[in-house]
Design a protein around this ligand. Structure first.
Ligand SMILES: [Zn+2]
Length: 241
């Protein structure tokens, strides 16, 4: 059974009605599966959404959401006893943390796009869009003496992108079109997730299943805290508003 991933369609939808289709217990604990969900399951360098599922008269805080075999498992303290498939549920994701995760993720793509433009030999290979520890990693080299100017150029490019209020669009795509566009899929893609590309206006499209803000204007206050180069790998640490 598969879960319809509503967060792919609208970052700014925070509440929805759905139905329970299954429940169970795995090594992480008890979980609920719904026919559709707003909860982003942790993966792709982005943390899970938090929030609450109201079902059978109880409010269950969602402790974690994970993607397993095409379904999102919403981990809760306990599944209500006698819960039947088809039981209606109300889903609420925490708006503040959803939007912060979206800003962090979009900022990561913006940093990747900006630096790949500034440093044509660099290639963004990893993103980690977690609060307090966000970074993007590149394959490439950067001599010590070029570090300060690279950082200054990046900060300038980011400030320009924020001031220009660039639109951020995402759309579902199939593997064939992706190949036609010459876009390589990242490794370790979870099986069964729809393919999607995210495009920041003026930057090349990138495959991404995360949540994104609609406009770079929301990234006012984005700061690059560190640029570290070691053995062919450059890590750019940042903080998003
Ligand atoms: Zn992404």
């Amino acid at each position: 059974m598969k879960t319809k991933l509503l967060y792919l369609e609208d970052t700014y939808c925070f509440a929805v009605h759905a139905h329970c289709v299954d429940s169970g217990v795995d090594e992480r604990g008890p979980y609920l599966i719904l026919d559709e969900t707003l909860f982003y399951p942790q993966g792709g360098g982005q943390p899970a959404d938090s929030g609450v599922i109201s079902i059978s008269g109880v409010e269950l805080p969602v402790q974690f959401a994970g993607f397993v075999e095409g379904a999102v498992r919403h981990y809760v303290e306990a599944v209500p006893s006698g819960l039947a498939a088809g039981t209606p549920a109300e889903l609420h994701v925490d708006e503040a943390s959803r939007l912060h995760h979206a800003r962090l993720h979009t900022a990561g793509h913006l940093i990747a796009g900006a630096l790949e433009g500034l440093m044509p030999s660099w290639k963004a290979v990893k993103g980690h869009h977690f609060t307090d520890s966000a970074y993007v990693e590149f394959e490439g080299t950067l001599p010590e003496e070029a570090r300060a100017s690279a950082l200054a150029s990046l900060e300038e490019a980011l400030a320009k992108a924020v001031a220009a209020a660039l639109s951020v669009d995402s759309r579902l795509i199939d593997a064939e079109e992706l190949a036609q566009l010459g876009i390589a899929l990242p490794p370790h893609l979870p099986e069964g997730k729809p393919l999607r590309v995210v495009t920041i206006e003026g930057y090349p499209p990138v495959p991404c299943g995360g949540t994104h803000i609609a406009n770079t204007q929301a990234l006012s206050g984005l700061t690059v805290s560190k640029l570290k180069a070691k053995r062919g790998c450059i890590r750019v640490s940042y903080a998003a508003p």
